[in-house]
Ligand binder design. Structure first.
Ligand SMILES: Nc1nc2c(c(=O)[nH]1)N[C@H]1C(S)=C(S)[C@@H](COP(=O)(O)OP(=O)(O)OC[C@H]3O[C@@H](n4cnc5c(=O)[nH]c(N)nc54)[C@H](O)[C@@H]3O)O[C@H]1N2
Ligand SMILES: Nc1nc2c(c(=O)[nH]1)N[C@H]1C(S)=C(S)[C@@H](COP(=O)(O)OP(=O)(O)OC[C@H]3O[C@@H](n4cnc5c(=O)[nH]c(N)nc54)[C@H](O)[C@@H]3O)O[C@H]1N2
Ligand SMILES: [Mo]
Length: 772
């Protein structure tokens, strides 16, 4: 077998570290955060040998006047200037970047790429920070050092040599700062393509499209102050204690002031129980826990839309006797489409709603009552709602529910998506969009003097398909780990390997460096914690959180190597090489990021006076017209949707499988094989199942099973020897971890509404297996 054939063999990625004990499961009964988190942080800092720098960095995180923005998630910083607005997973995330370990030229000389391909993902990342640019040499099958100048020239000549600029694609993972983002999209469009796939295509694309359609702007309308004044919080499909842990503080505060907190999730996650507020030292000392939930509803996978429609139906029924149940004045003045929506709710039977949501009518009515009794309600959600075929319809259904009672454009009320990567929202705001608006392109053309292409570009799934066909020949990844994050792992590998050139701008070694094109570059960049020196002094970059606050992030640490370049400098280097006659002053921009911000202020809505406002203590909030009850929709009003309820009940014998993160993981970065809040130790190749579903299939607790998914086109994909964990999950539902289970997600199974891969509803058959 040739190297390529050998590597093409389908096999599950080994993602986590080698287990250091037998797999264990014992349900978790402790509060989220608190001492368990403190203990976990301490042992993590010890292991990463970062016990001096770690605590020092933590004290600089998320300050209102200086310091860097925690790259851990997109939850906003505390507006009260609290100086320890941090969490266990943020600390782990930052420490991971600050590791003293290095991966330099000696490492690459000692290990061929074929050898590295056999390593686990944990071992690849665990080598530490990348220190200098490297180029793949096919003859020796090794990465070898290359100068920045030659690396840029290699990219430039490959891009100049394409027959069509659409033969390149430029991926963005959501940590890229706003300034680098702006330059990156400018480069792509100056070259002539809108091929700008991003992680958001796998994440919150559905939220953006739904909010755009319903409200005219693709973002949530609430901020932290609203969270602090809501009477009811509805939290759909998010594992907050692991993935947005600072939300726990908001939930505990809400509970203290008597707000209702409803969690909707097939699993009762740790954030839906109790917490010890992480930075409340008195609570920590007294082991004082606070409840973070008043009602938990375990919907079936994909059943949220039926629940929400049921709540709306109950409100509408109630309005027959209690006119105050609906806010008629609001509906008449600001919305359109109410009558059709009401008719649809009335026509949907309770039987259907119960069947599709997996909940009893009485439970749906409980949620409806909470909603009706609250003067101000916020509905929040994450991937549990978006990574479905009908993600757009479901998010629109949330807006429908909010509109019924005028929960929009006033304090304490509105839709609140919880974004993923720390700057994924900023990436979109600053132009990473494969479907840019004409208005944006016009402004870009006028201000930057370029002629941007008007045809829409490729998203993540489209890029993989095009690379496979050979239509996209150059892939540039600005951060992230495309090989492992994307669906259908072997297919994504094949696509990347089919490229003439793959370029990865990264901080750490990962799968996307060892699954590469015919030629390949690793370009190492500064991390967010590190000092960014340019000609005009130390630079800061800006980021936008989940609630549209834009603020500066300033790195403090000495860079991991003196060969690292900043992301803006890397974009500028590639652009200058690819566009020798460019009118854009690339080098001049990089000398002083204020200059990039001055241009951005002219192109982007809401960025007027950018340089001054971003330096205000907490930065500034981008205007959100829907918050002011200005709707940029075709009708000029908020638009009710009236989508049919999808059938989400699994066919007999099959289960709906959701792929998700463990507690000790950051997307494709795995810190350990444990998932503390779900009671799992030393195990990642598992599937959580309802015990009755296990019994029916003759599967014992913790016994090996084989899982086979069936795609829409009828093709099947399997994993073997996963352990079945009996769990409190509705019948017909199952769950397991990404990225191991990405092999089960067919590339063709993306939502027809958002083009998002359907990662939360994979149709599977699970059988007792032949052993591990
Ligand atoms: N520590 C840490 N923080 C992170 C990340 C990380 O990997 N680690 N990733 C970041 C990124 S990029 C993102 S996008 C976010 C992701 O944050 P989450 O959305 O919390 O991510 P998942 O782990 O996929 O968890 C999805 C949740 O949805 C539930 N769920 C599954 N199917 C359904 C359904 O049909 N309905 C409902 N209501 N719920 C369902 C699952 O039980 C689970 O609780 O977190 C960000 N923050
Ligand atoms: N089955 C399944 N698949 C999923 C999901 C799911 O729920 N289920 N979730 C999807 C979602 S929501 C997302 S967002 C994607 C995540 O997709 P990606 O964003 O592509 O993946 P990450 O794992 O976040 O990327 C980690 C890598 O980023 C690099 N990195 C870290 N910091 C920096 C930095 O400061 N600069 C640069 N340039 N690079 C850096 C490091 O080299 C690290 O190895 O995965 C998606 N895939
Ligand atoms: Mo994400």
């Amino acid at each position: 077998m040739s190297i390529d054939e050998e590597r093409q063999e389908v096999r599950e990625p080994e993602v986590g570290p080698a287990p250091d004990g037998e797999p264990e499961f014992s349900p978790y009964h402790h509060p989220a955060a608190g001492w368990g988190a403190a203990k976990s942080v301490t042992s993590f800092l010890m292991r990463e040998r970062a016990y001096v720098d770690g605590p020092r960095a933590i004290m600089k995180m998320n300050h209102e006047r200086s310091g860097f923005d925690c790259p851990g998630c997109a939850w906003p910083d505390d507006t009260k200037g609290l100086h320890l607005d941090i969490c266990e997973n943020g600390i782990k995330h930052v420490t991971w970047e600050m590791t003293p370990k290095r991966v330099g030229r000696e490492f690459f000389a000692a290990h061929s790429v074929s050898e590295l391909f056999e390593w686990s993902d944990y071992d690849l990342e665990d080598q530490g920070r990348l220190t200098e640019p490297m180029v793949y040499e096919a003859e020796s099958d090794h990465y070898a050092p290359i100068s920045w100048k030659d690396a840029f020239e290699l990219v430039g000549s490959a891009l100049r040599g394409l027959d069509d600029p659409n033969q390149a694609a430029y991926y963005t993972s959501g940590r890229l700062g706003n300034e680098a983002t702006f330059l990156y999209q400018l480069m792509a469009r100056e070259l002539g393509t809108n091929n700008l796939p991003d992680c958001s295509n796998m994440c919150h694309e559905a939220s953006g499209r739904a909010l755009q359609a319903s409200l005219g702007t693709g973002k949530g309308t609430v901020d932290l102050k609203d969270w602090e004044t809501a009477d009811a919080l509805f939290i759909f499909g998010v594992n907050a204690a692991s993935n947005a842990p600072r939300m726990l503080t908001a939930l505990a505060e809400a509970y203290h002031r008597g707000a209702q907190i409803v969690h909707v999730n097939p699993l009762v996650e740790a954030a839906a129980t109790r917490t010890i507020v992480p930075h409340d030292f008195l609570d920590m000392a007294r082991f004082k826990t606070t409840k973070t939930s008043t009602l938990n509803l375990q919907v079936r996978i994909g059943g949220d839309m039926a629940l929400i429609r049921g709540m709306a139906k109950a409100i509408i029924e109630q309005s027959a006797t209690d006119p105050k149940a609906l806010d008629r004045e609001f509906i008449d003045r600001y919305t359109t489409g109410f009558d059709a929506y009401r008719a649809l709710c009335e026509a949907t039977s309770w039987d259907e709603l119960e069947e599709q949501s997996g909940l009893a009518r009485a439970d749906i009515l409980k949620a409806a009552r909470v909603y009706e009794e609250a003067d101000r309600s916020i509905v929040s959600w994450c991937l549990g709602l978006t990574q479905h075929e009908h993600g757009v319809d479901t998010v629109r259904e949330i807006v429908n529910l909010l509109l019924l009672r005028g929960n929009l454009g006033r304090e304490g009320a509105g839709p609140s998506p919880v974004r993923g990567h720390s700057n994924v929202q900023g990436n979109r705001t600053c132009g990473i969009d494969h479907r840019p608006t004409e208005a944006f392109l016009d402004r870009l053309a006028e201000v930057c003097g370029i002629d941007p292409p008007r045809a829409h570009g490729l998203d993540t799934v489209g890029t993989i398909e095009a690379m496979r066909r050979g239509d996209v020949k150059v892939f540039v990844g600005m951060g992230g780990n495309f090989a492992l994050a994307a669906p259908d792992t072997p297919v994504t590998y094949e696509a990347l390997r089919n490229c003439e050139l793959t370029v990865q701008v990264s901080t750490k070694l990962n799968r996307s460096h060892v699954v590469h094109g015919k030629r390949a570059l690793i370009l190492p960049c500064l991390g967010r914690t590190e000092k960014d020196h340019q000609r005009k002094g130390v630079q800061s970059t800006s980021v936008e959180d989940s609630m549209s606050m834009v603020h500066l992030s300033l790195g403090m640490k000495r860079p991991a190597s003196d060969q690292l370049l900043s992301e803006p400098a890397i974009v500028a280097g590639m652009a200058r090489a690819a566009l020798p006659d460019s009118p854009t002053p690339w080098g001049w921009y990089v000398e002083d990021y204020d200059r990039i911000r001055d241009t951005m202020a002219q192109v982007l809505d809401g960025f007027e006076d950018f340089n001054r406002r971003v330096r205000l203590p907490l930065g500034f909030r981008i205007k959100q017209p829907a918050r002011e009850l200005v709707f940029l929709t075709p009708s000029g009003r908020a638009e009710f949707s009236a989508a049919p309820l999808p059938n989400v009940v699994p066919e007999p014998g099959t289960l709906a499988l959701g792929t998700m993160r463990s507690h000790d993981q950051w997307n494709t970065t795995i810190y350990s094989d444990n998932d503390r809040y779900r009671g799992i130790k030393n195990l990642r190749t598992l599937v959580f199942m309802n015990r009755a579903d296990m019994r029916e299939r003759g599967i014992d607790d913790m016994a090996p099973v084989d899982i086979t998914s069936t795609a829409r086109d009828g093709s099947t994909r399997s994993v073997e020897g996963y352990l079945a964990v009996p769990y409190d999950i509705p019948r017909g539902c199952a769950a397991g971890y990404m990225p191991e289970m990405n092999v089960l997600c067919a590339l063709g199974d993306f939502s027809t509404q958002s083009d998002q891969p359907i990662m939360k509803h994979v149709r599977v058959v699970i059988r007792a297996g032949g052993g591990r």
